[in-house]
Structure formats: C-alpha cells, structure tokens
Ligand binder design. Structure first.
Ligand code: PA5
Length: 417
C-alpha cells in the first residue's frame, strides 16, 4: 500500500508534549469532521453513479474534454491524468486543462480544437473566479456561433457549489448540466469529488479504486495512536518547522508524479501559509532535480525537510542492453534496468542527504495505480489538516487569495468592489 520510512529521523527528539499536541489536534480534526464542518474525508462515501453516467454521455459526444478551472479546480484532475495515463497514446480520450488566461496560449488551444468532438467541464467551487468565468464566456459564445445554442449548452458541464455562485444560477436558468462539490469541501481538498472524478471517469480510470485507496488511508490516518503514520509524519514536520526547517521539499522519483508535486505545493502553501507561519513547499522530481536543485539541498542553508516518494515496483521494466564490454565507462549499465537505476539514485540521495544532516523521509508506494494515488492524496490531505490544527491556523480558508481576487474584480470594474 503505502509505507512511510522515518528511520533516518529516529534520533530527532520530539518532546512528549508535542506528540500529545499532535494527538489532540487529530482529535479536534475528527470532531470537525463529525460535525460536518470539514467534508473531504466523507468524499470517500459519496455515490459516484451520476459522475460515471455523465462521463459516458460526454464520451459519446467527444474525444476531448477541456477542463476549465484553476488552482484546486484543476491541479487534482491534472495530477490524476499525468500519473495514470500515457501522454503519448493518441488513440485514447484526452483531457486538456485550461487554467491560465494567457491570451497567446488560450488562442493556440482554442484553434487546435475540433469543436464538434470537444466537450468542456467548467469547474469553479465559488462559481465566480475571473480566470475561469472569462474562459467560460468565450467558449460558450464560440460554441453557440459554431454549433448553435442547444448544442453549446449540451457540451458544457459545470462543477460547482450545490447552492451558491453564478454557475449554479446559470445551470438552473439555462439548463447546463451541473455536478456538485459538497459545501464543506474547498478547492484544494476537492480532488476526490466530482472535480477530479469526472475527468478520471472520462479517461476510463477506475474512480472506485481511487476512492478505495483514499478510504483505506482515511481509516488509518484518523486512528488515535502513535502507530498512525500520517500523524507521525505531521508531528515530525511540525516539530522541524519550529526548529527552523521552513522549507518542505517533495521529490517523487517518478516523472509521472511530477504534477503530484504541484498539487502538494498548493495544498501545503494555501492551507498553512497564514498568520506569519507556514512552510514553503518546493516541487521536485527525481532524478531530474538531482541535476538542478539538489546542490542547494545538500550544501545550502539548513532549512529544509525533504520527503522522497519512491515506487516499489514500476508498471514496466526496461532493461539496458549490453553495449560494448570493453568500454568500462558504460559497461556498468549493461544488463541493468532503468528501474534499478532510478531506485538506486533515490537510495543514494537519501544516504547523501542524511550524511549532511538534512532530515529526509521516504514514502514508498507499492505501485502507481488508481488505488495508490488515492492513498497518496488522502495521506497529504489528512496531514495538512492535522498540521493546521497544530499550528492553530484555519487550514481551509484562503484570505490572501480572496484579497487578490477582490483587487482584480475592482480593477476590472466589477460592481461592489
Ligand atoms: O483551494 C482553493 O480554494 C483555491 O485554490 C481555489 O481552488 C481556486 O482559487 C479556484 O477557485 P474556484 O474553484 O472557486 O474557481
């Protein structure tokens, strides 16, 4: 399933009082979950039939789904696609994430689409984010001109709050199909809701397996004892943050998990960066970043805590053929596998980082599939929630983001700002 190796940090003496604080924070979190103030755990019990049915209808209409959304409305789905689908498979259905409002990129994207074979999933929990709304208006207008109003409405699906926001209103008024994100689930915690599940189902991924992995970690991660790996990880990270490790690096040894690092960055930064506190998350990918940021991690300021993610078994084994027995410089690679090379690099970097006293832990996934990705999402969601409780910040709001959004509304002349 998922194994957390904290052995290199076993000499770090965490005060008993701080461990108790961690346990109490978990209890507080569980109380909020019970009172339905926090909803991301309960997503594992939500029915998925509507999502699966809708994805079937979309697949009949299209071979490309464009997800229009930003932040928590896109990063989860994007992570699922790049972790579990082959990006070079031209025969399978495709999901494109249109996040930014860069006019040049947007123009290129729109011009590349065959609108008669494309559907759009406009995702916004608040139903008001300017980047998403601007793209929606453009796309609706274009579809209406090209295919007519009825067809335009049938090709755009909303995912939003069950009651609030412009998208919900438009759906009620004009008939756009609309999936709900539970009221008590915010953007960056929404990957296991319809936000991440509709694109996954469109891509023929097993959303049941994603959910069952998440469900298993939800069970383990809420256990009130010090066997609980999510709790131990959170306590260690909190303690090290207090000791001056202000930077938290996530480094999966997998290109396929590179977007997972980006998803983690948003989760950690937006949830905990409050009241002058927080830990700056850095996204990395092994082995690529060994040739980029590692020098800094080894020899720069001692302000980092590093989490490596490894795969016990890859889905493919690639053997390096024998090249030239007499060429010693390359012969050490002959008949070895890329699998051995990437795992050896990870183990070597782990040893080297420990040698220079940079606290480093390893999360090992048995393999990369829907189930294990579900485990990984839930691991970090529970961890950030426990850490937020320990820090005494509201993990689930984002006042800084809202302030930025409000200034944009003002600059763009929105009434009331
Ligand atoms: O995590 C969050 O709440 C934010 O990052 C949002 O996901 C992001 O701002 C987009 O908001 P919305 O989904 O309301 O359009």
């Amino acid at each position: 399933m998922l194994n957390l190796d904290l052995s290199s940090c076993k000499n770090i003496k965490i005060p008993e009082s701080l461990k108790e604080k961690g346990l109490n924070s978990l209890k507080k979190l569980k109380k909020k979950i019970k009172e339905k103030k926090i909803g991301f755990i309960d997503l594992v019990n939500e029915p998925t039939e509507e999502i699966i049915q809708l994805s079937k209808e979309l697949k009949l209409l299209s071979d490309t789904l464009v997800v229009v959304g930003i932040g928590g409305s896109s990063l989860g789905g994007k992570t699922i696609q790049s972790s579990l689908k082959n990006p070079f498979d031209i025969n399978s259905k495709k999901v494109i994430f249109s996040e930014n409002i860069d006019p040049d990129y947007f123009n290129e994207l729109i011009n590349s689409l065959d609108l008669s074979k494309t559907c759009f999933n406009v995702i916004s929990k608040s139903g008001s984010t300017a980047e998403t709304m601007a793209q929606f208006i453009y796309i609706y207008d274009l579809l209406k001109k090209e295919l007519g109003e009825k067809e335009a409405i049938s090709r755009i699906i909303f995912t939003t709050d069950p009651k609030k926001g412009v998208l919900r209103k438009l759906s009620n008024k004009m008939g756009f199909k609309c999936l709900s994100v539970p009221e008590n689930v915010g953007g960056r915690f929404s990957v296991l809701s319809s936000v991440g599940l509709l694109p996954s189902s469109y891509l023929d991924l097993s959303i049941d397996n994603l959910i069952s992995g998440a469900s298993e970690v939800a069970r383990l991660g809420l256990e009130e004892n010090f066997e609980n790996m999510v709790l131990n990880y959170s306590i260690l990270k909190y303690f090290l943050n207090k000791e001056g490790k202000n930077i938290s690096v996530l480094m999966p040894y997998s290109t396929k998990l590179s977007n997972f690092s980006n998803w983690y960055v948003q989760l950690w930064a937006e949830s905990l960066g409050k009241k002058g506190l927080g830990q700056t998350p850095i996204p990395c990918v092994g082995a690529i970043d060994q040739h980029s940021q590692l020098q800094l991690f080894m020899d720069g300021p001692k302000d980092k805590f590093i989490t490596l993610i490894s795969l016990k078994k890859h889905n493919n084994e690639i053997k390096i053929p024998e090249f030239d027995k007499k060429l010693e410089a390359l012969d050490y690679l002959s008949n070895k596998t890329l699998n051995k090379l990437i795992n050896s690099e990870m183990e070597s970097i782990y040893t080297a980082l420990n040698e220079v006293k940079t606290p480093t832990v390893i999360i090992e996934l048995t393999k990369l599939d829907e189930y294990h990705l579900g485990c990984l999402f839930m691991f970090f969601e529970i961890s950030v929630a426990i850490t937020g409780e320990m820090m005494n910040v509201d993990t689930f709001n984002q006042p800084g983001v809202e302030l930025g959004k409000n200034y944009t509304y003002k600059k763009m002349g929105k009434k009331g700002y």
